[in-house]
Ligand binder design. Structure first.
Ligand code: NAD
Length: 480
């Protein structure tokens, strides 16, 4: 059985307490690895290691070109081992292999993006009263605590690690306790690439232990967190002690608006992709489908017909389109929401059950599930379910679509389908969401800022904006 250890100060270590955790394959419930289960003490060691590395300037003060060279090497190594890493991701997290392959390619591209960006001209010059000349420069923040969820274990880690390391910071990563496998593999790549000792540290363990220590520590300068909004709130409070910089990528309940004039089959395709990709365990999932009243019945009929054809199975079987949910606990949560939906009076038009597939009876599979006849106050319309459960709403006209779409505490993403470009742009500009798509869904680019309005987060990942969290900005005034 593979053993997964933590990487602290350039060494692979078990937990000081000796605690371990079984890591499962959600497609069949089998144990695939035994991971060290670190605690606060392990987190403290990792933070100290990162602090020493930062203060010794082995990374923070080498030239951007030197740092970029190693990050390009990390990207090359990720690509060289792409198939192995994609399979590890699928076995640990459940997503179809084709999605894992995409994630690994995207992770390599993200390292390249930030390696390139950091070597480009940056900063500002400002002109004030003679003889003073002003400059604005970016500097690394220091020690970054990075806490990530289980839905994209590798990619969500890399979205934080790549800009953090490119900018010259030291890091401590805490993956989800359910999905540490690809994070461990990534840190072996860091070791092979020659990232200096102590610059990149990995601590495995739970949120209330390791995560909380990172959020509270006086030696950590920034906490960057991706996960649920409730956890984000806890982290924000814990981070207040030393006024850490904070970056939060949180939950969503994103609307996908389809107008009657949209290309019908394209809109159906994307409505399915929007909610069922990664089994609905996507922060930006189009979990509320808003249909213009005149097309409702025809659209639902076609959607159900198409959703029935989705191939469900183990993610490592080629051709699988939907895998299992990540854990038994999460499956129970999703099934609970489906029961709530029925009890609150929504009409279940597809799915709603756990699936016991032949040979995978212990897997955590839930059928693609679609509800119609919803009302705005229902839990399935308001709460992030984070599973393959679609709530359909209707609207009368353009202002009504905007009103229904914005009726949420979240504001992460939104989609609009119409053949009227001016209408699409008008609607998108009124939507309180950070990521919007017109006649498409889920496109994610390293070049484009990712993040939410309202309770979906604070700050932006990716793009040039993605460097903001990982850099402090300094003004330099020179008396000439
Ligand atoms: P979660 O909030 O339960 O956990 C996320 C991470 O935080 C895990 O590593 C967990 O161990 C840790 N954690 C938990 N309690 C903690 C605490 N008290 N202190 C510090 N760390 C703690 O989320 P999850 O269930 O793993 O992931 C699903 C959530 O992530 C969804 O809400 C989803 O929308 C969100 N998400 C958001 C984005 C985005 O970009 N906005 C991307 C992916 C996932």
């Amino acid at each position: 059985m593979p053993e997964l250890n933590m990487y602290i100060d350039g060494q692979w270590l078990g937990a000081r307490s000796g605690s371990k955790r079984q890591i499962l394959n959600p497609a069949n419930g089998e144990i695939i690895a035994i991971a060290a289960e670190g605690g606060r003490e392990d987190a403290r060691l990792a933070i100290l290691s990162a602090r020493r590395a930062f203060d010794s300037a082995v990374w923070s003060e080498v030239s951007p070109a030197e740092r970029a060279k190693l990050l390009y090497l990390v990207a090359d190594l990720l690509e060289e081992h792409a198939e192995e890493i994609a399979l590890l991701e699928t076995k640990n997290m459940g997503k179809p292999l084709r999605e894992s392959r995409f994630d690994v390619a995207d992770a390599a591209a993200c390292f390249r993006y930030y390696a390139g960006l950091i070597t480009k001209p940056m900063g500002q010059v400002y002109n004030v009263a003679d003889p003073v000349q002003g400059l604005v420069v970016r500097e690394p923040v220091g020690v970054c605590g990075l806490i990530v969820p289980w839905n994209y274990p590798l990619l969500m880690s890399v979205w934080k690690i790549a800009p953090a390391l490119a900018a010259g910071n030291s890091i401590v990563l805490k993956p989800s306790e359910l999905t540490p496998v690809t994070a461990v593999r990534l840190f072996r790549i860091f070791e092979d690439a020659g990232i200096p000792q102590g610059v990149a540290n990995l601590v495995l363990g739970t949120g209330p232990e390791v995560g909380q220590e990172l959020a509270e520590s006086e030696l950590v300068d920034l906490i960057a967190f991706t996960g649920g909004t409730a956890t984000g709130r806890t982290i924000m409070k814990a981070a207040a002690g030393n006024m850490k910089n904070i970056s939060l990528e949180l939950g969503g309940k994103s609307p996908n608006i389809v107008f009657a004039d949209a290309d019908f089959e394209t809109a159906v395709d994307y409505a399915l992709f929007a909610i069922f990709a990664n089994q609905g365990q996507v922060c930006a999932a189009g979990s509320r489908l808003l249909l213009e009243e005149s097309i409702h019945d025809r659209f639902v009929e076609r959607l159900v017909e198409r959703a029935r054809q989705i191939r469900i199975g183990s993610g490592d079987e080629e051709g699988t389109e939907m895998g299992p949910l990540v854990s038994a606990g999460h499956m129970e949560k999703v099934l609970h929401y489906i029961e709530l939906g029925k009890r609150e009076g929504a009409r279940l038009v597809l799915g709603g059950q756990r699936l016991k597939l032949k040979g995978l009876e212990n897997g955590y599979f839930v059928e693609p599930t679609i509800f119609t006849d919803t009302t705005p106050e229902m839990s399935i319309v308001r709460d992030e379910i984070f599973g393959p459960v679609l709530a359909i709403q209707t609207f009368k006209d353009e202002p009504d679509a905007i009103r229904v779409a914005n009726d949420s505490v979240y504001g992460l993403a939104a989609g609009v389908f119409t053949n009227d470009n001016a209408k699409a742009l008008r609607v998108v500009k009124k939507l309180r969401a950070g990521i919007t798509w017109i006649n498409t869904f889920h496109n994610t680019y390293n070049e484009a800022p990712w993040g939410g309005y309202k309770q979906s987060g604070i700050g932006r990942a990716l793009g040039t904006f993605g460097l903001d969290a990982y850099t402090e900005i300094k003004q330099i005034n020179i008396n000439l």
